[in-house]
Design a protein around this ligand. Sequence first.
Ligand SMILES: Nc1ncnc2c1ncn2[C@@H]1O[C@H](COP(=O)(O)OP(=O)(O)O)[C@@H](O)[C@H]1O
Ligand SMILES: [Mg+2]
Length: 368
Amino acid sequence: MNVLVEDIVALIEASLDANYSEVRSVSNRIAREISIEDMDAAKKIKSVLRRKGVPLQSSGYTASLPVDPKSRMPLIEEHQWPVTPLFLGESERNTFTTFIESVKYQNKLIENGLTGKLGLLLSGPPGTGKTLIAGHIASQLNRPLYVVRLDSVISSLLGDTAKNLRQIFDFVPSRNGILLLDEVDAVAKVRDDRHEIGELKRVVNTLIQGLDSLDDNSIVIAATNHAELLDPAIWRRFPFKIRLDLPCQGLREELWNHFLFQDKGKSLDLRALGALSAGLSGADIETISISARRQSILKGAELNMSSIILSIVDSDFNNSVIPGANDLEPIKKKKIINLLADTKSFTQSEIGTLLGLSRQTVSSHLKE
Ligand SMILES: Nc1ncnc2c1ncn2[C@@H]1O[C@H](COP(=O)(O)OP(=O)(O)O)[C@@H](O)[C@H]1O
Ligand SMILES: [Mg+2]
């Protein structure tokens, strides 16, 4: 073999720099050198170079993402792989794992007669981790994640919507990416908002055609807050489904433990926060946690359980600044004590420990 180590090094460097024209010129040089001894190998390299085409810009990766022809807004975003862990209930975790295994061992499935696309539909309220799941799947499969917000793709001109959708479905296979169709119910909502049923049908059909045009290796994940609005024809194209609910007590404790206590929470604290945060999503718990930690760092004070609890029970926690208050107003203190007592999961002395009060104080508040 005549390929010089220098050539290989140059190829690696150019690739990591995303310098496509350099990648091409080094590859051509390698093909030339190889062709002296092995014409077939040289042809293989040449054929890859031909097949892959020329990116519009040799640098500027994002510039080659498809855009809306009118607004020039990108239709697709590439998301980074998530750095935070994913907490799921058992059955959701099972589907998640089975989906990943099915992608990894797709060839084995095909050899045994199980063909078909591997689509995953995620449904559930906002902030329950749908986008996060897609990110974890992409990272476990080591593939880029491309996210399409369908509500923004649906152009005011429905004719453009179809064009936009086609652009997206042409783009993704070229990158071996995972396509996340976010807010996929936006397609269904067109029906309520405007235009006749005929135009809606066209958009739905384009979406279906797009899904059907992908080869078996392409992976599409769809996410929706309103699964019931989805057209059944779209529904059917996603054989794997995960229905996310607001997290249960156990999951809430895991979320608090991670986001608030950086995995070092005490079990009594976790039990209390878990019990009082029923109805909050994972994203809500993360928001409160980060806000509380920010306050505690800025004030140089320990995390204050009373004020965290208060921000959980105040519905408007999104804007609230979690006070570093050690002295809560008595009426608020009383409210928290009562809330904890109402769960019937804590003894008076546990409530005292949580709030930094004596058992007697707790007891006398409860008697009032
Ligand atoms: N089940 C979960 N496990 C871990 N983190 C979660 C979970 N649900 C929500 N979160 C946190 O909330 C953030 C927002 O969730 P996201 O995936 O965007 O929700 P959705 O797409 O369902 O609206 C996540 O990035 C994560 O930090
Ligand atoms: Mg999302």
